[in-house]
Design a protein around this ligand. Structure first.
Ligand code: NAD
Ligand code: IPM
Ligand code: MN
Length: 354
Protein backbone atom coordinates (compact mmCIF):
# COMPACT_ATOMS: atom_id res chain seq x y z
CA UNK A 1 0.00 0.00 0.00
CA UNK A 2 0.94 3.67 -0.36
CA UNK A 3 0.85 5.88 2.72
CA UNK A 4 1.65 9.49 3.36
CA UNK A 5 3.31 9.94 6.74
CA UNK A 6 4.13 13.32 8.26
CA UNK A 7 7.25 13.34 10.44
CA UNK A 8 7.48 15.93 13.20
CA UNK A 9 10.87 15.31 14.84
CA UNK A 10 10.60 18.44 17.03
CA UNK A 11 13.37 19.17 19.52
CA UNK A 12 16.17 17.45 21.43
CA UNK A 13 16.20 13.66 21.16
CA UNK A 14 12.99 13.87 19.11
CA UNK A 15 15.21 14.37 16.05
CA UNK A 16 17.33 11.31 16.85
CA UNK A 17 14.53 8.86 17.67
CA UNK A 18 12.40 9.87 14.68
CA UNK A 19 15.35 9.40 12.26
CA UNK A 20 15.89 5.88 13.59
CA UNK A 21 12.19 5.09 13.41
CA UNK A 22 11.93 6.33 9.84
CA UNK A 23 14.72 3.96 8.85
CA UNK A 24 12.85 1.16 10.60
CA UNK A 25 9.56 1.99 8.86
CA UNK A 26 11.46 1.91 5.57
CA UNK A 27 12.72 -1.56 6.40
CA UNK A 28 9.15 -2.70 7.13
CA UNK A 29 7.93 -1.14 3.87
CA UNK A 30 10.68 -2.86 1.87
CA UNK A 31 9.95 -6.21 3.47
CA UNK A 32 6.21 -6.09 2.75
CA UNK A 33 6.24 -4.21 -0.58
CA UNK A 34 4.68 -0.98 0.71
CA UNK A 35 5.55 2.53 -0.29
CA UNK A 36 5.62 5.10 2.50
CA UNK A 37 6.27 8.71 1.55
CA UNK A 38 7.35 11.15 4.23
CA UNK A 39 7.22 14.87 4.60
CA UNK A 40 8.98 16.52 7.50
CA UNK A 41 7.63 19.63 9.24
CA UNK A 42 8.43 21.88 12.17
CA UNK A 43 6.80 21.80 15.59
CA UNK A 44 7.81 23.04 19.02
CA UNK A 45 10.98 24.98 19.78
CA UNK A 46 12.45 24.61 16.28
CA UNK A 47 9.22 26.04 14.84
CA UNK A 48 9.38 28.98 17.26
CA UNK A 49 12.96 29.69 16.17
CA UNK A 50 12.06 29.55 12.47
CA UNK A 51 8.61 31.15 12.45
CA UNK A 52 7.81 32.61 15.89
CA UNK A 53 5.01 30.10 16.49
CA UNK A 54 5.09 26.53 17.88
CA UNK A 55 2.64 25.12 15.31
CA UNK A 56 2.32 26.75 11.91
CA UNK A 57 -0.74 26.48 9.72
CA UNK A 58 1.48 24.73 7.17
CA UNK A 59 2.36 21.96 9.65
CA UNK A 60 -1.25 21.56 10.77
CA UNK A 61 -2.48 21.40 7.16
CA UNK A 62 0.16 18.79 6.30
CA UNK A 63 -0.94 16.68 9.27
CA UNK A 64 -4.60 16.99 8.26
CA UNK A 65 -3.71 15.75 4.76
CA UNK A 66 -1.60 12.84 6.01
CA UNK A 67 -2.57 9.24 6.73
CA UNK A 68 -0.63 9.40 10.00
CA UNK A 69 1.80 11.57 11.95
CA UNK A 70 4.93 10.41 13.78
CA UNK A 71 6.21 12.89 16.36
CA UNK A 72 9.42 12.93 18.41
CA UNK A 73 9.27 15.45 21.25
CA UNK A 74 9.08 19.18 21.83
CA UNK A 75 10.64 21.55 24.33
CA UNK A 76 13.90 22.26 26.03
CA UNK A 77 15.75 24.74 28.24
CA UNK A 78 16.22 27.22 25.38
CA UNK A 79 12.46 27.95 25.40
CA UNK A 80 11.82 27.51 29.13
CA UNK A 81 11.67 31.14 30.21
CA UNK A 82 8.52 31.30 32.41
CA UNK A 83 7.59 34.69 31.01
CA UNK A 84 7.96 33.74 27.34
CA UNK A 85 4.79 34.44 25.38
CA UNK A 86 5.12 31.28 23.30
CA UNK A 87 6.29 27.81 24.36
CA UNK A 88 7.09 24.64 22.38
CA UNK A 89 4.52 22.61 24.33
CA UNK A 90 1.73 24.85 22.99
CA UNK A 91 2.45 23.44 19.53
CA UNK A 92 1.82 19.89 20.69
CA UNK A 93 -1.38 20.85 22.50
CA UNK A 94 -2.63 22.78 19.46
CA UNK A 95 -1.88 19.79 17.23
CA UNK A 96 -3.82 17.40 19.47
CA UNK A 97 -6.74 19.80 19.65
CA UNK A 98 -6.58 20.77 15.96
CA UNK A 99 -6.79 17.13 14.89
CA UNK A 100 -9.47 16.25 17.46
CA UNK A 101 -7.30 13.58 19.09
CA UNK A 102 -9.15 13.13 22.35
CA UNK A 103 -7.76 9.75 23.38
CA UNK A 104 -4.13 8.94 24.05
CA UNK A 105 -3.43 5.21 24.29
CA UNK A 106 -0.36 4.43 26.38
CA UNK A 107 0.31 0.71 26.70
CA UNK A 108 2.66 -0.35 29.48
CA UNK A 109 4.07 -3.71 28.52
CA UNK A 110 7.08 -5.37 30.08
CA UNK A 111 9.85 -7.24 28.35
CA UNK A 112 10.78 -10.23 30.54
CA UNK A 113 14.50 -9.64 29.94
CA UNK A 114 14.21 -6.10 31.33
CA UNK A 115 12.69 -6.97 34.71
CA UNK A 116 16.06 -6.15 36.26
CA UNK A 117 16.04 -2.69 34.64
CA UNK A 118 13.14 -1.64 36.87
CA UNK A 119 13.91 -0.54 40.42
CA UNK A 120 10.90 -2.58 41.58
CA UNK A 121 11.15 -6.13 42.89
CA UNK A 122 10.63 -8.76 40.19
CA UNK A 123 7.63 -10.29 41.98
CA UNK A 124 5.78 -6.97 41.73
CA UNK A 125 6.23 -6.98 37.94
CA UNK A 126 4.93 -10.43 37.02
CA UNK A 127 1.98 -10.27 34.58
CA UNK A 128 1.92 -6.47 34.28
CA UNK A 129 0.07 -5.45 31.09
CA UNK A 130 -1.70 -2.11 31.33
CA UNK A 131 -3.34 0.13 28.76
CA UNK A 132 -3.77 3.69 29.96
CA UNK A 133 -6.36 5.69 28.00
CA UNK A 134 -5.58 9.30 28.76
CA UNK A 135 -8.13 11.99 27.87
CA UNK A 136 -6.13 14.38 25.68
CA UNK A 137 -8.05 17.48 24.62
CA UNK A 138 -9.82 18.56 27.80
CA UNK A 139 -9.30 19.06 31.50
CA UNK A 140 -6.73 21.33 33.12
CA UNK A 141 -4.67 21.64 29.93
CA UNK A 142 -7.43 23.38 28.01
CA UNK A 143 -9.94 24.85 30.52
CA UNK A 144 -10.83 28.55 30.45
CA UNK A 145 -10.27 30.92 32.15
CA UNK A 146 -6.55 30.55 32.06
CA UNK A 147 -4.59 33.63 33.00
CA UNK A 148 -1.73 35.22 34.80
CA UNK A 149 -2.05 38.77 36.03
CA UNK A 150 -0.81 41.30 38.51
CA UNK A 151 -3.40 43.24 40.47
CA UNK A 152 -2.39 45.82 43.08
CA UNK A 153 1.11 44.38 43.22
CA UNK A 154 -0.10 40.79 43.85
CA UNK A 155 0.60 38.18 41.21
CA UNK A 156 -2.10 35.65 40.44
CA UNK A 157 -2.54 32.76 37.98
CA UNK A 158 -5.55 30.63 37.12
CA UNK A 159 -6.00 27.27 35.36
CA UNK A 160 -9.41 25.66 35.01
CA UNK A 161 -10.32 21.98 35.15
CA UNK A 162 -13.42 21.63 33.03
CA UNK A 163 -15.12 18.63 31.43
CA UNK A 164 -18.41 18.19 29.63
CA UNK A 165 -20.32 14.92 29.81
CA UNK A 166 -19.67 14.37 26.10
CA UNK A 167 -15.89 14.71 26.49
CA UNK A 168 -15.91 12.15 29.28
CA UNK A 169 -18.33 9.81 27.58
CA UNK A 170 -16.41 9.41 24.30
CA UNK A 171 -13.07 8.57 25.93
CA UNK A 172 -14.56 6.23 28.53
CA UNK A 173 -16.57 4.53 25.78
CA UNK A 174 -13.33 3.93 23.87
CA UNK A 175 -11.71 2.50 27.00
CA UNK A 176 -14.58 0.02 27.34
CA UNK A 177 -14.34 -0.99 23.68
CA UNK A 178 -10.61 -1.61 24.10
CA UNK A 179 -11.14 -3.55 27.33
CA UNK A 180 -13.48 -5.93 25.48
CA UNK A 181 -10.54 -7.55 23.70
CA UNK A 182 -8.34 -7.55 26.80
CA UNK A 183 -9.02 -8.72 30.37
CA UNK A 184 -12.33 -6.82 30.56
CA UNK A 185 -11.60 -4.57 33.51
CA UNK A 186 -11.73 -0.77 33.31
CA UNK A 187 -10.33 1.29 36.17
CA UNK A 188 -11.67 4.82 35.98
CA UNK A 189 -9.33 7.12 37.86
CA UNK A 190 -10.49 10.42 39.35
CA UNK A 191 -10.41 12.63 42.42
CA UNK A 192 -14.15 12.47 43.07
CA UNK A 193 -13.70 12.97 46.81
CA UNK A 194 -12.63 16.57 46.10
CA UNK A 195 -13.24 17.73 42.53
CA UNK A 196 -16.62 18.50 40.97
CA UNK A 197 -15.25 17.63 37.51
CA UNK A 198 -14.26 14.22 38.89
CA UNK A 199 -17.73 13.65 40.30
CA UNK A 200 -19.13 14.24 36.80
CA UNK A 201 -16.40 11.95 35.43
CA UNK A 202 -17.45 9.18 37.82
CA UNK A 203 -21.15 9.65 37.06
CA UNK A 204 -20.61 9.46 33.31
CA UNK A 205 -18.19 6.53 33.60
CA UNK A 206 -20.86 4.66 35.59
CA UNK A 207 -23.42 5.38 32.84
CA UNK A 208 -21.05 4.08 30.17
CA UNK A 209 -20.32 0.99 32.27
CA UNK A 210 -24.05 0.21 32.42
CA UNK A 211 -23.98 -0.18 28.62
CA UNK A 212 -21.16 -2.74 28.87
CA UNK A 213 -22.33 -5.32 31.42
CA UNK A 214 -19.71 -7.82 30.23
CA UNK A 215 -16.90 -5.51 31.39
CA UNK A 216 -16.13 -4.77 35.03
CA UNK A 217 -15.58 -1.20 36.14
CA UNK A 218 -13.80 -0.04 39.25
CA UNK A 219 -13.40 3.56 40.36
CA UNK A 220 -10.15 4.57 41.98
CA UNK A 221 -8.92 7.85 43.40
CA UNK A 222 -5.82 9.11 41.64
CA UNK A 223 -3.60 9.29 44.72
CA UNK A 224 -4.16 5.69 45.74
CA UNK A 225 -3.93 4.65 42.06
CA UNK A 226 -0.41 6.11 42.01
CA UNK A 227 0.44 3.87 44.95
CA UNK A 228 -1.23 0.75 43.53
CA UNK A 229 0.73 1.14 40.29
CA UNK A 230 3.82 0.42 42.35
CA UNK A 231 2.45 -2.16 44.79
CA UNK A 232 0.11 -4.19 42.55
CA UNK A 233 0.34 -3.09 38.93
CA UNK A 234 -0.67 -6.52 37.64
CA UNK A 235 -4.18 -5.91 38.97
CA UNK A 236 -4.84 -3.24 36.31
CA UNK A 237 -6.08 -3.87 32.79
CA UNK A 238 -7.38 -0.65 31.18
CA UNK A 239 -7.07 2.63 33.07
CA UNK A 240 -9.05 5.63 31.82
CA UNK A 241 -8.47 9.06 33.24
CA UNK A 242 -8.33 12.83 32.97
CA UNK A 243 -5.62 14.52 30.90
CA UNK A 244 -3.17 15.55 33.62
CA UNK A 245 -3.73 12.51 35.83
CA UNK A 246 -2.92 10.37 32.79
CA UNK A 247 0.21 12.36 32.02
CA UNK A 248 1.58 11.85 35.51
CA UNK A 249 0.51 8.23 36.01
CA UNK A 250 2.07 7.10 32.74
CA UNK A 251 5.53 8.45 33.49
CA UNK A 252 5.20 6.62 36.81
CA UNK A 253 4.05 3.44 35.07
CA UNK A 254 7.02 3.65 32.69
CA UNK A 255 9.20 2.77 35.67
CA UNK A 256 7.57 -0.66 35.68
CA UNK A 257 8.80 -1.20 32.11
CA UNK A 258 12.34 -0.23 33.06
CA UNK A 259 12.74 3.05 31.15
CA UNK A 260 10.66 5.98 29.99
CA UNK A 261 12.42 5.52 26.66
CA UNK A 262 10.56 2.26 25.98
CA UNK A 263 6.98 3.50 26.10
CA UNK A 264 4.92 4.35 22.98
CA UNK A 265 1.61 6.12 22.49
CA UNK A 266 -1.14 6.69 19.94
CA UNK A 267 -3.31 9.79 19.99
CA UNK A 268 -6.60 9.06 18.28
CA UNK A 269 -9.87 10.76 17.44
CA UNK A 270 -12.90 9.54 15.54
CA UNK A 271 -11.17 8.84 12.21
CA UNK A 272 -8.20 6.61 11.44
CA UNK A 273 -5.62 9.40 11.35
CA UNK A 274 -3.54 9.64 14.53
CA UNK A 275 -0.41 11.16 16.02
CA UNK A 276 2.07 8.59 17.26
CA UNK A 277 4.77 9.58 19.73
CA UNK A 278 6.81 8.18 22.58
CA UNK A 279 5.57 9.30 26.01
CA UNK A 280 8.92 10.81 26.92
CA UNK A 281 10.10 14.35 26.22
CA UNK A 282 13.05 15.95 24.48
CA UNK A 283 15.51 14.78 27.19
CA UNK A 284 17.83 17.81 27.09
CA UNK A 285 20.27 16.01 29.40
CA UNK A 286 21.17 13.47 26.70
CA UNK A 287 20.16 15.27 23.48
CA UNK A 288 22.59 15.31 20.57
CA UNK A 289 24.74 12.51 21.97
CA UNK A 290 23.21 9.48 20.27
CA UNK A 291 22.26 8.05 23.66
CA UNK A 292 18.47 8.11 23.40
CA UNK A 293 16.54 4.88 23.34
CA UNK A 294 14.45 4.84 20.12
CA UNK A 295 12.23 1.90 21.19
CA UNK A 296 9.36 4.09 22.47
CA UNK A 297 9.19 5.76 19.06
CA UNK A 298 9.65 2.53 17.09
CA UNK A 299 6.80 0.94 19.07
CA UNK A 300 4.74 4.08 18.40
CA UNK A 301 5.35 3.42 14.69
CA UNK A 302 4.00 -0.10 15.21
CA UNK A 303 0.84 1.48 16.66
CA UNK A 304 0.75 3.75 13.59
CA UNK A 305 0.88 0.73 11.28
CA UNK A 306 -1.93 -0.95 13.20
CA UNK A 307 -4.33 1.91 13.90
CA UNK A 308 -3.90 4.32 10.98
CA UNK A 309 -2.74 2.05 8.15
CA UNK A 310 -4.56 -1.11 9.26
CA UNK A 311 -1.36 -3.10 8.71
CA UNK A 312 -1.84 -5.52 11.61
CA UNK A 313 0.64 -8.10 10.40
CA UNK A 314 3.38 -5.54 9.81
CA UNK A 315 2.76 -4.03 13.26
CA UNK A 316 3.05 -7.44 14.90
CA UNK A 317 6.25 -8.23 12.97
CA UNK A 318 7.80 -4.93 14.08
CA UNK A 319 6.80 -5.51 17.72
CA UNK A 320 8.26 -9.00 17.54
CA UNK A 321 11.51 -7.62 16.13
CA UNK A 322 11.75 -5.20 19.07
CA UNK A 323 11.11 -8.02 21.54
CA UNK A 324 13.73 -10.20 19.85
CA UNK A 325 16.33 -7.41 19.81
CA UNK A 326 15.83 -6.92 23.53
CA UNK A 327 15.86 -10.66 24.18
CA UNK A 328 19.11 -10.76 22.22
CA UNK A 329 20.70 -8.27 24.63
CA UNK A 330 20.30 -4.96 22.75
CA UNK A 331 20.53 -2.21 25.39
CA UNK A 332 20.91 1.57 25.23
CA UNK A 333 22.40 3.50 28.17
CA UNK A 334 19.05 3.98 29.95
CA UNK A 335 18.90 0.16 30.17
CA UNK A 336 22.48 -0.13 31.36
CA UNK A 337 23.89 -0.91 27.91
CA UNK A 338 26.30 0.60 25.41
CA UNK A 339 24.28 0.78 22.18
CA UNK A 340 23.73 4.15 20.53
CA UNK A 341 20.33 5.26 19.26
CA UNK A 342 21.35 4.06 15.81
CA UNK A 343 22.77 0.82 17.19
CA UNK A 344 19.44 0.02 18.81
CA UNK A 345 17.58 0.82 15.57
CA UNK A 346 19.93 -1.48 13.68
CA UNK A 347 19.43 -4.26 16.23
CA UNK A 348 15.66 -4.05 15.65
CA UNK A 349 16.03 -3.97 11.86
CA UNK A 350 18.35 -6.98 11.99
CA UNK A 351 15.52 -8.99 13.57
CA UNK A 352 12.83 -7.81 11.14
CA UNK A 353 13.35 -10.24 8.30
CA UNK A 354 14.01 -13.19 10.59
P1 NAD B 1 11.94 13.89 29.55
O1 NAD B 1 10.92 12.82 29.29
O2 NAD B 1 12.44 14.63 28.40
O3 NAD B 1 13.18 13.24 30.33
C1 NAD B 1 13.05 12.65 31.62
C2 NAD B 1 14.27 11.73 31.87
O4 NAD B 1 14.12 10.55 31.08
C3 NAD B 1 15.60 12.35 31.46
O5 NAD B 1 16.60 11.95 32.36
C4 NAD B 1 15.87 11.76 30.09
O6 NAD B 1 17.22 11.66 29.74
C5 NAD B 1 15.22 10.39 30.21
N1 NAD B 1 14.73 9.93 28.90
C6 NAD B 1 13.61 10.38 28.27
N2 NAD B 1 13.48 9.78 27.09
C7 NAD B 1 14.52 8.93 26.96
C8 NAD B 1 14.93 8.03 25.92
N3 NAD B 1 14.23 7.86 24.79
N4 NAD B 1 16.06 7.33 26.12
C9 NAD B 1 16.77 7.46 27.25
N5 NAD B 1 16.44 8.29 28.26
C10 NAD B 1 15.31 9.01 28.11
O7 NAD B 1 11.26 14.87 30.62
P2 NAD B 1 11.74 16.32 31.15
O8 NAD B 1 13.22 16.34 31.28
O9 NAD B 1 10.88 16.60 32.31
O10 NAD B 1 11.31 17.32 29.98
C11 NAD B 1 12.21 17.85 29.02
C12 NAD B 1 11.44 18.65 27.98
O11 NAD B 1 10.62 17.77 27.22
C13 NAD B 1 10.50 19.71 28.56
O12 NAD B 1 10.62 20.85 27.77
C14 NAD B 1 9.13 19.10 28.44
O13 NAD B 1 8.10 20.05 28.29
C15 NAD B 1 9.29 18.29 27.19
N6 NAD B 1 8.38 17.15 27.08
C16 NAD B 1 7.84 16.93 25.84
C17 NAD B 1 7.05 15.82 25.63
C18 NAD B 1 6.49 15.60 24.28
O14 NAD B 1 6.92 16.25 23.33
N7 NAD B 1 5.54 14.72 24.10
C19 NAD B 1 6.81 14.92 26.68
C20 NAD B 1 7.38 15.17 27.92
C21 NAD B 1 8.17 16.28 28.12
C1 IPM C 1 3.39 14.29 27.17
C2 IPM C 1 4.00 15.62 27.56
C3 IPM C 1 3.09 16.75 27.16
C4 IPM C 1 1.81 16.60 27.99
C5 IPM C 1 3.63 18.17 27.28
C6 IPM C 1 4.95 18.34 26.62
C7 IPM C 1 2.64 19.16 26.75
O1 IPM C 1 4.33 15.64 28.91
O2 IPM C 1 3.08 14.11 25.98
O3 IPM C 1 3.25 13.43 28.03
O4 IPM C 1 1.79 16.98 29.17
O5 IPM C 1 0.84 16.10 27.43
MN1 MN D 1 4.17 13.69 29.86
Amino acid sequence: MKANIVLLPGDGIGVEVVAETRATLDAVAAQFGHSFSYSEHLIGGCAIDATGTALTQETLDACRAADAVLLGAVGGPKWDNPSASVRPEQGLLALRQGLGLYANLRPIRLFPELIQASPLKAERLADVDILVVRELTGGLYFGKPRLREEVNGRRRAVDTLEYTDEEIQRVVELAFRLAASRRRLVTSVDKANVLESSRLWRTVATEVAARHPEIRIEHQLVDSCAMRLITSAAAFDVIVTENMFGDILTDEAAVLAGSLGLCPSASLGDGTRGVYEPIHGSAPDIAGKGLANPIGTILSAAMLLRHSLRLDKEAAVLERAVAQAIAGGARTADLGGKLSTQGMGEAVRAKLAG
